[in-house]
Ligand binder design. Structure first.
Ligand SMILES: Nc1nc2c(c(=O)[nH]1)N[C@H]1C(S)=C(S)[C@@H](COP(=O)(O)OP(=O)(O)OC[C@H]3O[C@@H](n4cnc5c(=O)[nH]c(N)nc54)[C@H](O)[C@@H]3O)O[C@H]1N2
Ligand SMILES: Nc1nc2c(c(=O)[nH]1)N[C@H]1C(S)=C(S)[C@@H](COP(=O)(O)OP(=O)(O)OC[C@H]3O[C@@H](n4cnc5c(=O)[nH]c(N)nc54)[C@H](O)[C@@H]3O)O[C@H]1N2
Ligand code: SF4
Ligand SMILES: [Mo]
Length: 818
């Protein structure tokens, strides 16, 4: 049975809790004391500059709901209707499974996002006749905004059908339930659209498109991997491009889980990453610095050592996999098609994947590859996970599958201390969501394909563009809803090209942005609807990834809506009324009644879950996973593969996928792009090999996820910009060649764009590679130079071959001193 853990420090009764929370504020230094009292100029009610926390009128549970993979409860202190202080979780302890879920610096600065000068205050409409994006706005009433949106929806459905209306990707309120912004089907916007016939859907996401596109062929579906606390059972832990210390930053999430596991069990840890990431800094015993997009080649070199020295787990491969050697191949494929043949130079390419070969591709010394092959080959079990950096590449599907294959070579799949090579799994509560409805429209495009669908939708087909549910699209996208997302511009590839497309309002006729900040995407809207922040409304919050800890948060309304902002639920209700479907949309419930309904429905799955009223008082409710040994992915399959087959055609792990073999023959790909049945290394457009042959743009650019921001969210918070400025990481050798010193202002550029920002010259990045932390706000100056330093000024629209996903870490550029 699950354990109920809302532990409080001994001696504190529940009824004294609120008082204690307030008092704790004065003494818990972690919450950041005096500097939290500052008041932003020009926003909110006039206020005293300093307020002692003891003076606060009340402390209210809220949370940070952005898409950082974690999700932290926040205790917001209110004085005279204004949030004056933000405190972290204070329930639980410092043990794995009952830990405090302490907010990172972003969550603790949330006041500066709530009371930000960029806050949207009133509905805005682009001035008729001006260019979209020109920044000429008129303030309109809510009634005008609702009327115009409702009548345009009616016209577009009549003229083009529901498939002309698209819900763009957006994860700004991923943690919410009633306010949830992704997946599209769970959003309040989808709920509205489903009342009037539905909308064009998307599959995949910007996070993990390629791995999601690959894992079905390899494992039969998304299976995750062992949790990070399970590394305690391993002899060796390997993290491929998995930067948990920066991308799961909650002090109660995977940052805590991986650090605590390391501290208690000291398992040897290898980090494979072109950057010496914060995770390498905090956890690694060894850093393997490879060129971006070459993990499959590194794995091939390691496999060569293991096979040559008989260190691979042949028994596991025989029983659980197809495609490793010639004796375990599907029918009807030519000899020499196995992974072993590929590695030993007996396949169609005739190249032996020796450590020397792998060194020439990856940049990792051959001697290191030999040593790695031996160490990995001799360790059992090996805890292998990958983040989503390796797969956000032009060859991302193969990168992901190669790392899965290394897990199979070590025979570590399905056992404690092992893993599948996918991203770490974690325990989570099976919350229900009765608010979500079904989309009557089946047609879907890839998450990354919407710009193409605006540009030339009816030319997009299943075999060429990955259209699903239909052989081809019939209509282009005519309307875009962008709710709590910045993927309309800032987070999509090639911003300069994207904004050119959006400027033309004869193609996409209506863009509605619902946000609470004047974001880059809002600049390209026709109508901007000012949403409240999460502190201004009630919702139930879906947990983040936290090892063996499950939890849920009831985030209450802390303050009244600022300015003329409305909740998204109210906005959708008003539009539903104008479309004649209000009753169907609301089912007669208020937002609070919906939250209560979510709790009631979830109690059927989780018998111990307290009632809505109890949760509301507690703020956060925690449950430790029922097993102490961590989450082990595919344990059933490992125990009995015949009784528990995978959902692949063979029921086994498909190192050679016959489905991909077929795809490679039937799908139409741009010249140079390839799909392979084996997880081969592929040299791609703007990849590592091309970089060395390209005199104009010889440097590979990746854009790691950065602690200043969650994507673009928090990117306009003064404190965060000061603490973690936007800089481009450059290797000292590359910098010296160009006369660039640490701190110099530089421009990074290619044919698609040019950004300007300070250089961070550091040996923490591999030679030939730069990293521009993704998510900075695009701000082109008069010359068109993006002085905000957004990496998507440099990236492209070119999708990956199988998933049609965003290959935003595959980019070539040059750098020069300004
Ligand atoms: N080059 C490059 N590009 C990338 C990536 C990369 O690695 N490299 N990563 C990709 C990935 S993994 C992802 S997930 C996407 C993320 O892309 P997005 O999902 O677009 O993420 P954000 O930029 O954080 O945008 C969230 C928006 O929600 C808004 N928001 C926050 N709270 C609220 C609220 O309460 N109400 C409303 N209405 N709005 C709110 C914020 O102001 C912000 O504008 O970016 C992708 N883009
Ligand atoms: N602080 C912070 N946390 C976040 C986010 C954020 O914006 N800020 N975004 C959140 C979201 S939505 C997501 S999807 C996740 C993203 O999580 P990830 O996709 O895992 O994050 P990335 O920073 O893109 O990549 C992880 C690491 O992979 C490395 N890398 C890049 N290319 C390669 C490669 O070819 N091979 C190898 N081995 N490594 C490579 C990068 O240097 C980086 O250190 O993070 C989440 N957490
Ligand atoms: S950004 Fe993530 S880790 Fe930081 S406070 Fe918000 S949810 Fe927690
Ligand atoms: Mo993501």
């Amino acid at each position: 049975m699950t354990t109920h853990t809302t532990a409080r420090p001994a001696g504190l009764e529940r009824r004294s809790f609120l008082k204690w929370s307030a008092a704790a504020g004065g003494t818990v230094a972690l919450a950041g004391a005096a500097s939290h009292f500052g008041v932003l100029p020009g926003v909110g009610p006039a206020n005293a500059a300093t307020v002692s926390s003891l003076d606060a009128d009340r402390t209210v549970w809220s949370s940070c709901n952005v898409n950082c993979g974690s999700r932290c409860p926040l205790r917001m202190q209110v004085k005279d209707g204004r949030i004056v202080r933000v405190l972290p979780d204070n329930t639980g302890d410092d043990e794995l499974g009952t830990q405090q879920i302490r907010a990172c610096v972003r969550g603790r600065s949330i006041r500066h996002r709530i009371y930000n000068p960029d806050r949207l205050k009133t509905p805005l409409r682009r001035v008729a006749g001006t260019r979209r994006g020109a920044g000429e706005w008129e303030e309109i009433s809510w009634e005008e905004a609702f009327d115009e949106i409702a009548s345009t929806i009616q016209r577009l459905i009549k003229d083009y059908g529901n498939e002309s209306i698209y819900l763009n990707y957006g994860t700004g309120t991923l943690g919410g339930t009633i306010t949830r912004s992704w997946p599209p089907i769970e959003t309040p916007v989808a709920r509205l659209m489903n009342c009037v016939g539905g909308y064009l859907n998307h599959y995949g996401d910007y996070s993990s498109a390629q791995i999601a596109g690959a894992v079905g062929y390899h494992y039969g579906g998304w299976i995750g991997s062992n949790s990070l606390d399970d590394a305690k059972n391993a002899q060796l832990q390997i993290l491929f491009g998995n930067n948990t210390l920066e991308t799961r930053m909650s002090g109660g999430g995977e940052t805590f889980v991986s650090q605590q596991t390391k501290k208690l069990h000291n398992v040897r840890t290898i980090v494979v990453d072109p950057r010496y990431s914060d995770t390498a800094l905090g956890l690694a015993d060894e850093w393997v610095a490879l060129r971006p997009g070459t993990d499959a080649a590194l794995v091939a070199g390691i496999a060569h050592v293991m096979i040559s020295e008989n260190l691979h787990d042949q028994k596991f491969l025989d029983r659980y996999c197809v495609g490793f050697d010639e004796d375990h191949m599907p029918d009807g494929v030519p000899a020499g098609s196995s992974y072993r043949s590929y590695i030993m130079g007996e396949g169609p390419d005739g190249t032996e994947k020796t450590p020397d070969w792998a060194a020439s591709v990856t940049g990792v010394p051959a001697s290191s590859i030999v040593r790695l092959g031996r160490e990995i080959g001799r360790a059992r079990p090996v805890h292998i996970t990958q983040g989503w950096g390796p797969q956000r590449h032009a060859n991302g599907e193969n990168q992901a599958r190669a790392i899965f294959t290394l897990a199979a070579l070590t025979g570590s799949v399905g056992v404690p201390g092992g893993g599948t090579g996918e991203r770490e799994g974690a325990y989570s509560l099976p919350m229900a969501n009765p608010f979500a409805t079904e989309n009557p429209v089946q047609t879907a495009i890839s998450v990354f394909g919407w710009t193409d669908a605006i540009d030339h939708g009816p030319e997009m087909t299943a075999l060429r563009d990955g259209v699903r549910g239909k052989d081809k699209l019939d209509v282009p996208i005519k309307m875009v809803w962008q709710y709590a997302g910045n993927a309309l511009t800032n987070q999509h590839g090639d911003i300069n090209r994207t904004v050119k497309l959006l400027e033309d309002d004869t193609r996409c006729e209506l863009i509605v942005v619902i946000d609470n900040q004047m974001t880059v995407s809002a600049r390209y809207a026709d109508i901007v609807l000012p949403d409240v922040s999460n502190a201004e409304q009630l919702d139930i919050i879906q947990q983040g990834s936290a090892g063996n800890l499950g939890y849920t948060i009831v985030a209450d309304k802390v303050i009244e809506p600022l300015y003329d902002c409305k909740t998204v639920y109210e906005m959708m209700t008003e539009i539903a009324r104008r479309l004649g479907v209000e009753q169907q949309f609301t089912e007669g419930r208020t937002q609070e009644e919906w939250v209560a309904a979510v709790v009631d429905a979830s109690r059927e799955n989780i018998p111990d879950l307290p009632s809505f009223e109890e949760l509301r008082e507690m703020g956060v409710w925690k449950v430790k996973a029922p097993t102490d040994s961590g989450n082990v992915a595919l344990a059933d399959f490992r125990a009995d593969p015949e009784a528990n087959p995978l959902a692949t055609p063979s029921g086994k792990i498909e190192i050679f996928s016959q489905q991909l073999w077929e795809l490679a023959r039937t799908w139409e790909l741009p010249e140079g792009d390839r799909i392979t049945a084996l997880p081969e290394h592929l040299d791609t457009w703007e990849g590592a090999a091309e970089a060395r042959a390209n005199a104009t743009y010889p440097l590979q650019v990746i854009g790691h996820h950065y602690k200043q921001r969650t994507h673009s969210s928090y990117g306009n918070v003064d404190w965060m910009k000061e603490a973690h400025p936007q800089v481009v990481w450059i290797n000292p050798g590359d910098a010296a060649e160009r006369g660039i010193a640490n701190g110099d202002l530089v421009q990074v550029f290619n044919d698609r764009g040019r950004i300007q920002l300070p250089a961070r010259v550091t040996a923490r990045i591999a030679p030939g590679v730069m990293s521009v932390p993704q998510g900075a706000w695009y701000s082109p100056d008069r010359r068109g130079v993006d002085v905000g330093g957004s990496v998507n000024s440099l990236t492209s629209w070119h999708p990956s071959p199988i998933a049609k996903g965003n290959a935003q870490h595959t980019t070539l550029a040059q750098v020069q001193k300004v």
